[in-house]
Write a protein that binds this ligand. Structure first.
Ligand code: PA5
Length: 312
């Protein structure tokens, strides 16, 4: 897993070359239907969308998804049942549909599709799940994101990011709780998912300012066995005050690691933080003595769901 994760910049270069030349007319909103490692790319691009942008992690489409929706089904395996259910419903509602997938039923059933390389763990295929999506949205005038700047940053900072990731992994005591604001809240979610799946450990994520209206009160009670990780670098002056206040309170009961996301723009900062978190989760797996690659329980549950479908 470490070798695959380290190759993120090269994967981005390859992903940017994938053909995405689909142009749709009359789009009024965008919906990304996806789960887990396939859904996080939707979370990231949502921050840059010029149109209302919805992420659907469910079997059902909300009523406002219709013929003016650009509906993007993203599933690395192409066999995720929630995404397939939404895809079928989107076709019925005459949405403008397109799929991003490597394989499976989604590849078979979608007329408009962006095919990405197969044979990886979905979460390790982030470059292929994110950058073709960005190119599709750029082509349709929905986002303006400077991918090239982010790529340059990751390539030139790779060694330093790797060193920092290892340091963070070896500093964590107990369960990590990751906090972020704006696009870095989506990256905090990615860190949490990567600690869960790669490092096989409990982890939590919270978004500012919302967590200042609830989670903060938990720090009045017993807090043990956690390390807080603050993802900083995109916040405004008001949110800076919030982070500084939290640091004062939280560091009385837990170790607080502050990570500064570098980059010339918010997208580059997000990619910097994502690369760092992905690497940290793999080093954490090493520390936990587990194999980062397999996700046995996710697989078992999917098999059970599949079995119940075929026997009903
Ligand atoms: O990381 C993983 O393996 C999972 O979170 C999957 O991405 C999730 O189960 C959805 O599967 P897929 O990405 O194949 O649609």
């Amino acid at each position: 897993m470490l070798d695959v994760v380290k190759r993120l910049p090269e994967q981005i270069e390859e992903a940017l070359k994938i053909k995405t030349d689909f142009v749709f007319e009359g789009i009024k909103n965008v919906a990304v239907s996806a789960m887990g490692g396939s859904a996080i790319s939707g979370d990231i691009v949502q921050h840059f969308s010029k149109l209302p942008f919805f992420i659907i992690r469910d079997y059902y489409l909300p009523p406002y998804i219709g013929k003016d929706t650009l509906f993007i089904a993203i599933s690395y395996s192409g066999n995720t049942e929630e995404t397939l259910a939404c895809f079928k419903e989107a076709l019925k509602r005459n949405c403008k549909t397109i799929a991003i997938t490597s394989n499976g039923m989604l590849a078979d059933e979608a007329e408009n599709k962006i095919l990405i390389p197969s044979g990886m763990q979905p979460r390790a295929a982030i470059a292929y799940l994110l950058f073709p999506l960005i190119n599709l949205l750029r082509r349709n005038g929905i986002v303006s994101i400077n991918c090239e700047e982010a790529l340059y940053l990751l390539k030139s900072e790779r060694n330093k990011i790797e060193e920092l990731a290892r340091k963070i992994a070896y500093e964590i005591k107990g369960f990590p709780i990751i906090y972020g604001y704006g696009i870095l809240a989506s990256i905090a979610k990615r860190w949490r998912q990567q600690f869960n799946e790669n490092s096989k450990m409990m982890a939590f994520d919270f978004a500012l300012p919302e967590c200042n209206h609830n989670e903060i009160e938990a720090w009045e009670g017993i807090v043990e066995g956690v390390t807080c990780i603050f993802l900083r670098g995109v916040e405004n002056e008001r949110v800076k005050i919030r982070f500084d206040f939290m640091k004062k309170i939280y560091s009385k009961k837990a170790k607080v690691i502050e990570v500064h996301a570098y980059g010339k723009d918010d997208f580059s900062k997000a990619m910097y933080a994502l690369f760092l978190g992905d690497l940290a989760s793999v080093y954490m797996a090493e520390r936990n003595g587990v194999d980062a690659e397999p996700v046995n329980l996710i697989k078992k549950l999917k098999e059970e769901l599949q079995h119940s479908r075929s026997s009903s």
